[in-house]
Design a protein around this ligand. Structure first.
Ligand SMILES: NC(=O)c1ccc[n+]([C@@H]2O[C@H](COP(=O)([O-])OP(=O)(O)OC[C@H]3O[C@@H](n4cnc5c(N)ncnc54)[C@H](O)[C@@H]3O)[C@@H](O)[C@H]2O)c1
Ligand SMILES: O=P(O)(O)OC[C@@H](O)[C@@H](O)[C@H](O)[C@H](O)CO
Length: 402
């Protein structure tokens, strides 16, 4: 490794880490240190010189070799030492929103070590599917810092929110592949809040990154369109017995529900709020649906539907657009169907699905909808979701008995 090389620490050597953020950082001249709890992945990252990223677009045989990476176990002292290295000037994460609280403890220890070593400023960007994910991480980090560390971190560390978009499904290694190889779609978009970076290192110029002063528009467009449509496809697809997203989106009924939710409901609200051009937004929706239909991704419904309680949180991909649509007095019928389908998502090895089903059983569906969505029993939005739930229950029963 050249002595002057810039280094980045990336938490989470999973799909998006190895398939998106890691390769972009390497392309931009960074040596990437992956930090993960999974010791096998870390061992392989240190044993192998490189791994491959395969572009899974129709008619694409493209593949990229990713080298100049290494790994540390995120629970070992190595990660704290890495933070104290002045060559490290960027920390990114892709571990899942629910894990941010855990890695915040390690990041706080790392920042303390960095302050003691006088190793200078750095930026932190959490690349999780969530609005204000890096601000959330910052709050958790601050809960683990002393007052002196807090003052130093305020001055030296930039915490920038972002929007991150590339579909990276779990990869099924074929002959000749290694467990580190990963398959991704060609499309990607990474948009970062420029204002939050300026305080520390203005030189975050990465290939493939877009800096913006209007992140809210990008993140809401992405989460309330792509992730909203993805979730509805997964939950309705699950009920109709599909196992992959491309299969589910080819089902006309599901596709039209998704298109209606995205274009006429949440999307119409987004256009009102952010002044998006109607034609450009329509193209964005169609491109999104075409991305779901990519048969080479074979993205599993259980990956996209994972953690339904997180996806049903207020401000997330389902209720976020529903509330926004109501604010602009727009319909929510298709969104209500997607939300209702989430309440029927029953996957035994998904803890949040099990907890959700338990809540529905214990409280009854009426109360569960009211508590989770915040729409009171008897009001219009609540009734729409409840009616859709009862309609979908019939499909579900039919599908199960067939
Ligand atoms: N896969 C996608 O299409 C995609 C696209 C955009 C954004 N995202 C977001 O990226 C994040 C990661 O998603 P993914 O699909 O890569 O998941 P993944 O499960 O493939 O990867 C997560 C990685 O985090 C590691 N991890 C878990 N707990 C950890 C801890 N305490 N410390 C360090 N590492 C830990 C896991 O071992 C795993 O390697 C999520 O927030 C997701 O919403 C995913
Ligand atoms: O990662 P989640 O669980 O928040 O959402 C599942 C998918 O919708 C998501 O991972 C998409 O593939 C991704 O957001 C595409 O950019």
């Amino acid at each position: 490794m050249p002595a002057q090389e810039r280094k980045a620490i990336h938490f989470g050597a999973g799909n998006i880490g190895r398939g998106f953020i890691g390769p972009l950082l390497v392309d931009s001249g960074y040596h990437v240190i992956f930090a993960d709890v999974n010791k096998d992945i870390i061992q392989k990252l240190n044993e192998q010189d490189s791994y491959e990223v395969l572009i899974l677009d129709e008619e694409s045989e493209e593949r990229a070799n990713v080298s100049d990476v290494s790994g540390v176990v995120s629970t070992s002292d190595d990660i704290v030492r890495a933070f104290a290295d002045p060559a490290v000037d960027l920390v990114t994460t892709a571990v899942g929103p629910t894990v941010l609280e855990k890695i915040a403890v390690t990041i706080a220890q790392g920042l303390h070590a960095r302050r003691e070593a006088d190793a200078g400023a750095l930026n932190i960007i959490a690349c999780e599917n969530m609005i204000n994910q890096t601000s959330t991480l910052r709050e958790h980090v601050f809960q683990n810092l002393t007052d002196e560390d807090k003052a130093w971190v305020e001055e030296h560390i930039g915490f920038a929110n972002c929007s991150v978009d590339r579909i990276v499904p779990p990869f099924d290694p074929k002959d000749g592949s290694t467990p580190l190889d990963v398959g991704v779609e060609g499309f990607y978009e990474w948009v970062v809040d420029e204002k939050a970076l300026q305080r520390t290192r203005p030189d975050v110029k990465l290939k493939g990154i877009r800096l913006t002063t209007d992140l809210q528009a990008y993140i809401e467009r992405k989460l309330f369109t792509l992730n909203c449509g993805h979730a509805i496809t997964a939950y309705l697809g699950f009920l109709k017995g599909h196992s992959t997203i491309d299969e589910a989106i080819r089902d006309e009924e599901i596709r039209e529900t998704v298109r209606g939710a995205l274009f006429n409901e949440g999307g119409a609200a987004l256009r009102e709020k952010h002044n998006f051009d109607e034609q450009e937004y329509a193209q964005y929706v169609e491109k999104t649906i075409a991305r779901f239909a990519n048969p080479r991704l074979k993205d599993e419904i259980v990956r996209v539907g994972r953690e339904p309680l997180r996806k049903l949180a207020k401000g997330d991909r389902l209720l976020g657009p529903a509330y926004m649509a109501r604010e602009y007095k727009l319909p929510i019928d298709n969104l209500a169907k997607g939300i209702a389908a989430a309440f029927l998502y029953e996957v035994s090895d998904d803890k949040q699905s099990v907890d959700l089903q338990k809540k529905v059983q214990e409280q009854g569906i009426e109360k569960a909808i009211a508590e989770i969505t915040g729409f009171s029993e008897g009001n219009d939005e609540h009734s729409k979701i409840l009616d859709a739930y009862h309609d979908l229950q019939k499909i579900d029963k039919k599908q199960r008995s067939s």
